[in-house]
Design a protein around this ligand. Structure first.
Ligand code: TMP
Ligand code: ZN
Length: 406
């Protein structure tokens, strides 16, 4: 029996994907032979209610000098992080020369907002290329994983932090015990710790199984994260639902007992009870919906191929790796995937080896159908791609249900 990474109870696997490559493992032709696979399986812990994957590649395999994801590649996301930074800055506890630390600061998109307001700042980003991009714009960044040990060194060098922020990072950290002990040590007594991650409630509601991939060690619920934080002397004091990544929660946390807890937290806990997020059967029902979704998507793509239509993928997202490999989407069903990230262009998708091409290739000429892998950026993309619809192109969607957009 596999054990929970956080509480040691035996976990209950509910969805096995079989061998899966790294979600961001876009690769070149000469790398096909030594492509890395691991068994991707999602499980529920009856002991602490945390949804997790039972195996994860070594962090260094995922977050290294060739990490191809840059926060700044979506304009809307950049605006979202600016808003997040402003909210965190507005709630800064009174302090003469506040220090803001960002865990997983990527290319510095969010950190730049604090730095721009003249604040003392420090980014922590293990992916060297992203960390370097941040340094190139003058942002102080250490290129390491955030652990208790690093927190100790930051306290020595910079003092304690007034605010710690982390966007789409905490759910990536397998050893959350060390990271949360680090937060506890680094955070001033009345400081605030803000973090935002995809919400398991949305994943279940939207059958968004593509949030399950190697980098996401966990899918948080308010109950599971509240319980975990308490073990580390911290406490969730507020929760705000966010539309990002198809449905996320922005948590505000503080030292246990330091600040009043918003009533929203209790409302969330009640709602999660009603949704039966603590019951294994909920996850079994989710698996059935995933299987139906997979079968429908595969059938649709096969019908389109039989009808001689050209189908491409839109957005070589991390999520697309799960969909492509789970649904068995091969190069005969999908011509290529377009993506605006220069690092991904000219590579092949992990596992199925579908070519990744530039956005220009999407335009000339337009395909008949585009499968929207970047569905979390749907509004931004639809707004931008009016021309595709005008020329008779159709979008294929698979979240929350498989279908064509009209
Ligand atoms: P994300 O879902 O993790 O945010 O990744 C989005 C991916 O989609 C990233 O590789 C960039 C790509 N993308 C486009 O190609 N075109 C777009 O308009 C947007 C918003 C994203
Ligand atoms: Zn557990």
């Amino acid at each position: 029996m596999k054990k929970c990474l956080l509480c040691g109870s035996s976990v209950e696997p509910f969805l096995s994907f079989g061998p899966m490559p790294r979600a961001n493992g876009f690769l070149r032709l000469e790398e096909f032979e030594r492509e890395y696979f691991f068994p991707l399986e999602a499980a529920f812990c009856p002991g602490c209610a945390m949804v997790q994957i039972t195996e994860q590649p070594e962090p260094e395999r995922m977050f290294n000098a060739s990490y191809p994801f840059f926060t700044g590649s979506s304009r809307r996301m950049a605006l979202h992080f600016e808003e997040f930074a402003k909210e965190a800055a507005r709630h800064l506890p009174p302090s003469s020369n506040p220090l803001v630390v960002e865990i997983g600061s990527n290319d510095g998109t969010m950190l730049a907002c604090f730095a721009g307001a003249g604040m003392r700042h420090l980014g922590v980003e293990p992916s060297l290329n992203a960390a370097q991009a941040a340094r190139d714009r003058g942002l102080k960044t250490v290129s390491e994983f955030f652990t208790l040990d690093l927190a100790r060194r930051i306290v020595q060098d910079e003092g304690r932090a007034d605010t710690i922020v982390a966007a789409n990072v905490m759910c990536h950290i397998r050893d959350l015990h060390s990271a949360l002990d680090g937060v506890r040590l680094l955070l001033k007594p009345r400081g605030l710790f803000w973090f935002e991650d995809p919400y398991v409630g949305d994943v279940l509601e939207k059958t968004a199984y593509d949030q399950i991939y190697d980098e996401h060690a966990y899918l948080f619920s308010v109950s599971s994260i509240s319980r975990l934080l308490k073990r580390h002397g911290l406490e969730v004091v507020d929760v705000q639902p966010m539309p990002t990544h198809g449905g996320s929660n922005r948590f505000t946390a503080a030292h246990r007992g330091a600040l009043p807890v918003s009533r929203t937290v209790a409302a969330f806990l009640e709602r999660e009870k009603r949704l039966e997020l603590h019951h294994r059967e909920t996850y079994d029902r989710f698996r059935k919906r995933c299987e139906e979704s997979r079968d429908r998507l595969t059938a649709l793509l096969k019908d389109l191929r039989r009808a001689g239509k050209r189908v491409v993928g839109y957005g070589a997202t991390s999520k697309s790796t799960t969909v492509i490999n789970y649904c068995g989407i091969t190069t005969d069903l999908m011509e290529f995937i377009c993506d605006t990230t220069p690092l991904k262009q000219g590579t092949f998708s992990p596992g199925a080896h579908i070519p990744v091409r530039s956005h220009e290739q999407f335009l000339s000429p337009y395909p008949d159908y585009a499968l929207l892998f970047a569905w979390n950026h749907r509004d931004e993309i639809m707004e931008k791609e009016g021309g595709f619809r005008e020329k008779g192109g159709r979008w294929i969607l698979y979240v929350p249900t498989v279908g064509l957009s009209n």
